[in-house]
Design a protein around this ligand. Structure first.
Ligand code: SAM
Ligand code: SF4
Length: 473
């Protein structure tokens, strides 16, 4: 196989973008990697099986989301960790556990995201993890709030070989930044950014590729033009103006959704003021909810939208416990949960009417800090996970009843035979983002491709409008 260094890959990529913009670059990228043959064969098997929507998977995931830790020092109001819902076991992944996973999946993996529910830089072993992933020639990506950092860590970060670093900085003053990044220190973050740019300059390379990610809300949308300029002057490679996810709650529509439609993830006309169904184990109490700055619901706001399957349970009946017990019982009988609850159609995402294949159960895997495995990076409650990486062999885990049911569900869903079942005990059946949280392009990012993914920068527009609606990050 042809082996290319980074500079050669960069030239090849520029050539491709200029002369063959429609050509899928994946094949070339894989051919230039270590373990090229295994990565390529696995990739083809996975894509083929996902295309057929087979229930039994013979390939291995080529995309890994790994969460170094689910602790975080900030309190971002729309982030489950920031809201302190505490629905997952709090943990730090240790290097030996990570190594075990990589020794298993490394030769076929193409991409790793080093973050999910927490702040990855709080785990001081993350630099070793990235360096280990690079031994398998895997593309690596990490997103951080960059509040806890030091010059020494900047050097370690650059030396680790990380390919892409996403910095979550959604403001240009402490006031606009701190409204979403609650407890974050804007001045410190800029200082830390300088350390990374300086360490990269000293090392003489162009990695990591630095993305300033600016989530757009109503309170910061006036800063968009300025941040594009300012970010570049700080030494970042691209400023990604990114639409933000928002919870279905009273006051969000008026106070948080940007006024300009191009920066919205949701259409305010269809945005519900309360969840279209009750998320049994994930409702935070009023004291825990740092987004309490949103106005209290008016009586009109408090009424459920027409699509709601049931009204909220009255407080004096322990519905949560009863539902949990019923679900547990049902889980034992079938892997697919409660069929008695009516289906729900959530008309929030712009392309919610399209039934697209979700690639995750064939191509991706999400491992939490305690080793528990989620079918994708969006499963908030541990009870919906598919198993434990260290307690089952990968092969058994990958084709266990929950995984097979996920693949069957996607097949039936895409064929139009079933809908989202809001109260199902199976994560994929209750997922209203089904088919919309795919990872088609980020796996192949590099240079200009980043600009497509990060949506609203000055670069070419995304290949299809749905790219803007993908992923929770
Ligand atoms: C849960 S965070 C974990 C990583 C890290 N703590 C951070 O904030 O960058 C994963 C990604 O979600 C992004 N994120 C946080 N809140 C978001 C929201 N409401 N909508 C979209 N992305 C969001 C973060 O900026 C980050 O890129
Ligand atoms: S979005 Fe990131 S920084 Fe904010 S609370 Fe969540 S994990 Fe922490």
């Amino acid at each position: 196989m042809v082996r290319l260094n980074d500079r050669q890959r960069q030239r090849l990529e520029r050539f491709r973008v200029r002369y063959f913009p429609m050509l899928d670059p994946n094949i070339f990228r894989i051919l230039s990697k270590k373990y090229a043959f295994r990565k390529l064969i696995n990739y083809l098997i996975v894509e083929f099986q996902a295309g057929r929507r087979d229930a039994h998977a013979f390939g291995k995931p080529y995309w890994l989301t790994i969460d170094p830790t689910n602790f975080c020092q900030l309190r971002c109001p729309f982030c489950p960790t920031g809201m302190d819902r505490n629905v997952r076991t709090k943990a730090m992944m240790r290097f030996p556990e990570f190594k075990k996973i990589l020794d298993d999946l490394g030769p076929t993996l193409l991409h790793i995201d080093f973050m999910n529910w927490g702040e990855p830089l709080l785990n001081k072993e993350v630099y070793d993890m990235i360096a280990y992933a690079k031994k398998f020639d895997i593309d690596t990506n990490m997103s951080t709030n960059l509040n806890s950092f030091s010059p020494d860590e900047a050097q370690k970060l650059v030396a680790s070989g990380l390919d892409c670093l996403v910095l979550s900085i959604d403001g240009l003053t402490q006031e606009t930044y701190g409204k979403y990044r609650v407890r974050g220190d804007y001045a410190k973050v800029l200082e830390h950014l300088k350390m990374i740019v300086e360490a990269r300059r000293k090392a003489g390379g162009f990695k990591p590729y630095i993305v300033w990610q600016f989530l757009v809300f109503k309170h910061n949308e006036h800063e968009i033009e300025q941040v594009k300029e300012f970010g570049k002057s700080c030494g970042v490679d691209v400023v990604g103006i990114t639409p933000a996810y928002m919870p279905f709650k009273p006051g969000i529509r008026e106070n948080w959704i940007p006024t300009k439609p191009e920066y919205r993830m949701y259409d305010p006309a269809t945005f519900p003021d309360s969840p279209p169904w009750q998320w049994e184990s994930s409702a935070p109490s009023a004291e825990q909810d740092p987004s309490a700055s949103v106005p209290a619901p008016s009586p009109a706001d408090a009424s459920p939208p027409e699509t709601a399957p049931t009204a909220a349970p009255p407080p004096d009946i322990p519905w949560e416990r009863i539902l949990k017990a019923v679900r547990k019982f049902k889980k034992r009988l079938t892997a697919s949960g409660d069929d008695a609850v009516p289906d729900v159609k959530v008309d929030v995402y712009k392309d919610s009417d399209q039934r697209k294949v979700c690639l995750w159960p064939w191509a991706g895997i999400s491992v939490n800090p305690n080793g528990s495995v989620s079918p994708c990076c969006s499963v908030e409650e541990e009870e919906y996970d598919f198993g434990f990486y260290d307690k089952q062999s990968f092969r058994r885990l990958w084709n266990n009843p929950r995984y097979k049911e996920a693949r069957r569900h996607i097949r039936r869903y895409v064929d139009g035979q079933i809908d989202v079942k809001a109260r199902s005990a199976h994560a994929c059946e209750r997922c209203f983002s089904i088919g919309k949280s795919n990872f088609t392009f980020p796996a192949w990012w590099r240079f200009t491709q980043f600009d497509w993914w990060w949506g609203f920068s000055d670069a070419p527009p995304p290949a299809s409008p749905d790219k803007q609606n993908t992923e929770k990050r």
